[in-house]
Design a binder for this molecule. Structure first.
Ligand code: FRU
Length: 469
């Protein structure tokens, strides 16, 4: 379809659907959600001229995956976002089945997008091109076209370029599937973003001491944190174990040292980034003040996503809150970006036996829980969080099967922070040692009720609305 037709269709969809979407009681008060249609991965997260830019995988035409567009928001404070001109529409032959995920860099002062042009053929086969687009004076993106064809030795599943600069050179990590159907991450370099030279595979299934580790690795991201290099990636095809890899697809990281010249990345074990029901395809950026910030998709590409009730209001999925990453003992610690504290209203504090705790409204609120003792908490009749002294369990009813399902963390609990926003809760364990991000669809207004006979310390702040302008 021509770009004009695609934009006309997208506009009709937004104009026709925005009232219904905005009226959804489950629409977040302060998280990013699509105006209409389906949102998935965060893309092109970058700070440029004092503004953060966040693009997003977007199907404006319906609550289904398909030929993705790039939506575009910007913000000076990570709280108040505004809509920017649509980033990319899948109009060209080299991106006929979607402008898939990618990243943004500032090249000679110009915001530049590097993304995957996804192409499917009638016989079921596919290919992928890595493409460039540069911002013009109207805040729109002019496409340069493909700068990298499918590398030899891989299937058509090669995508999600993340580009950064190091010692005056551009580097790219790419998610890939080799011809033996093993997931890999490729490293490439370039002097000008236009011609790319391969430095080989730096990680993947069967590499660096890993056994079989998935048939495809999506959305890689590589960055320096403290004295290490961190590779984030999303392996697909890891079998579920009793206390990890519980979601359909995983999202996690390796800590190591990237040897740029040799193209080697010796690394440690894989750790999941988030243990909740919905988290995938995160992307990071370095802020002007030196923080490594991460935003994830609060969704998972599995069949269950289509049972979420917001579909009746014509929209699906949200982003996570922005988080700051640090490395402690070779593990990533995630904390909500400090800017979020500005959303806090009046603080209430309480201390006593858990079951005597006041019932608080957590429709959009932050709750801090201090305890090492067992307790359980009901979130709006739709989700329970229970700590038994060894396991923290988050339980809800699966919307497709009606069966109970749970996600777990094991350790020594001291503290929890819950960030709630109408249909989502992000749980930060022990000040960011682990996180559980999940969507839920509670009774509204949502009440938090504690049970248990042990002492607990609680703080509560309502969080202000932050409408996208
Ligand atoms: C991850 C992903 C990416 C791809 C995009 C398509 O969720 O599958 O690998 O680029 O979504 O929307």
């Amino acid at each position: 379809m021509s770009e004009v037709s695609l934009l006309k269709q997208a506009l009709r969809s937004v104009v026709a659907g925005q009232v219904n979407a905005a009226a959804d009681p489950y629409r977040p008060a302060w998280h990013l959600a699509p105006p209409v249609g389906l949102l998935n991965d965060p893309n092109g997260f970058v700070q440029h001229n004092g503004r953060y830019h966040l693009f997003y995988q977007w199907n404006p035409l319906g609550c289904a995956h398909g030929a993705k567009f790039w939506g575009h928001w910007s913000s000076v404070d990570l709280l108040h976002w505004r809509h920017e001109p649509l980033g990319l529409a899948p109009a060209e032959e080299y991106e006929s089945h979607g402008c898939y995920s990618g990243s943004a860099v500032v090249d000679n002062g110009q915001l530049t997008l590097i993304y995957t042009g996804n192409v499917k053929y009638p016989d079921g086969s596919r290919t992928a091109f890595q493409c460039l687009a540069r911002e013009n004076e109207r805040g729109e993106f002019d496409k340069t076209g493909p700068v990298l064809d499918l590398p030899v030795g891989y299937t058509g599943h090669v995508r999600d370029p993340k580009v950064w600069q190091h010692n005056g050179h551009w580097y790219m990590v790419l998610g890939a599937q080799d011809l033996n159907l093993q997931g890999k991450v490729l490293l490439l370099h370039s002097a000008d973003l236009l011609s790319w030279v391969s430095l080989g595979e730096i990680a993947g299934s069967g590499l660096n001491g890993l056994g079989q580790f998935g048939y495809m690795w999506e959305c890689p991201d590589l960055f320096r944190l403290s004295d290490s290099d961190v590779l984030i990636c999303c392996p697909q095809g890891l079998p579920a174990e009793s206390d990890r890899y519980q979601n359909t697809f995983q999202s996690g990281y390796f800590v190591g040292q990237l040897e740029y010249d040799a193209g080697h990345f010796p690394h440690g074990d894989f750790h999941e980034l988030d243990l909740g029901f919905e988290f995938y395809a995160p992307q990071t950026t370095l802020s002007d003040d030196g923080r490594r910030l991460l935003i994830g998709w609060m969704g998972i590409p599995d069949g269950d996503e289509f049972y979420q009730p917001t579909i009746e209001h014509g929209w699906l999925h949200t982003m996570t809150c922005p988080r700051e990453l640090t490395l402690e003992n070779r593990k990533i610690i995630q904390r909500p970006a400090h800017e979020l504290q500005r959303l806090r209203g009046e603080e209430q504090a309480w201390q006593g036996i858990a079951q005597d705790a006041p019932v608080w409204d957590i429709t959009h609120a932050e709750v801090a829980i201090g305890t090492e003792q067992p307790f359980s908490a009901d979130l709006g009749g739709n989700m329970t969080l229970a700590w038994d002294g060894e396991w923290l369990r988050l339980t809800r009813k699966n919307r497709r099967s009606g069966e109970q399902e749970q996600r777990v963390w094991r350790g020594a609990l001291r503290h929890l922070t819950l960030l709630c926003d109408r249909s989502s809760v992000e749980i930060f364990i022990n000040d960011g040692e682990a996180v559980m991000s999940s969507r839920y669809f509670p009774d509204l207004p949502t009440q938090l009720t504690f049970s248990g006979k042990q002492p607990i310390t609680l703080h509560h702040w309502p969080l202000a609305d932050c409408v996208i302008e």
